[in-house]
Design a protein. Structure first.
Length: 233
């Protein structure tokens, strides 16, 4: 039986991995509500236990396992600029002293044989000039809109709700992920069982993707090596 060459088998394996569907993140998995206790029906009554309809029950999420929709309305804009300029000039000059009207002079041996430096004195002159100028700016703008439905994973002692959820979308040649977690107040949930993302405390919103489209927008490993902080040049 003929076998595929190792290189061809590796290429087929990579191609099959690139076409995989969205992957679940266990850190944003939903929590199932606890199973209700079994109640024995009692015949002979119009309204039997276990078959009641809650006519006036609040439909808003308030228990573990309940779901609600988060309306994403995140818009941030930041701009920062800085400019620094420093300069320093230093001059030091010491005149050679004089004794009885005559300046001190002496001879010092030279570097080469039979050479000497004459008329040396104790005068001293030093000058230095330093300058630095730097400028930098940064501008960032983000805009995220849409909806993502999450589940209640915990009810805190003060009745606040801990929520988390994930939306996975397989689009053409890649996958898109929207992950969200945080803490909300029951009072901020609308009658339609929705809440604005600006009302979530300790919120974590992650929007990323994988596949060919996401890979084309990031540099390769060699480019990251040369532009990384470990590259000395």
């Amino acid at each position: 039986m003929n076998r595929l060459p190792p290189i061809l088998a590796m290429i087929l394996l990579l191609l099959s991995g690139c076409s995989s569907g969205p992957k679940r993140d266990i850190n944003y998995a939903p929590v199932r509500a606890p199973a209700p206790t079994t109640i024995v029906d009692s015949n002979g009554s119009i309204y039997m236990s276990g078959h009641k309809i809650a006519w006036f029950e609040d439909i808003r999420a308030h228990r573990v396992g309940d779901i609600l929709t988060v309306v994403l309305s995140e818009s941030t804009s930041a701009k920062k600029s800085a400019k620094t300029s420093t300069g320093r000039t230093n001059n030091n000059n010491i005149t050679s002293p004089t004794i009885l009207g005559s300046g001190l002079a002496f001879s010092a041996p030279g570097v080469l044989p039979l050479a000497s430096h004459t008329n040396n004195n104790l005068g001293f002159t030093l000058a230095s000039d330093h300058s630095f100028e730097g400028e930098g700016s940064s501008t960032q703008s983000n805009d995220l809109t849409g909806n993502v439905t999450v589940t209640v994973i915990e009810v805190l002692a003060n009745r606040n709700l801990v929520i988390r959820g994930e939306k996975r979308m397989g689009i053409n040649q890649g996958n898109e992920y929207v992950k969200l977690s945080g803490i909300i107040r029951p009072q901020d949930i609308t009658p339609q069982n929705t809440i604005d993302s600006s009302r979530i405390a300790d919120v974590t919103i992650i929007y990323n993707g994988d596949g060919h489209v996401a890979d084309s927008g990031s540099p390769g490993w060699l480019s990251r090596l040369f532009s990384g902080e470990l590259f000395p040049f």
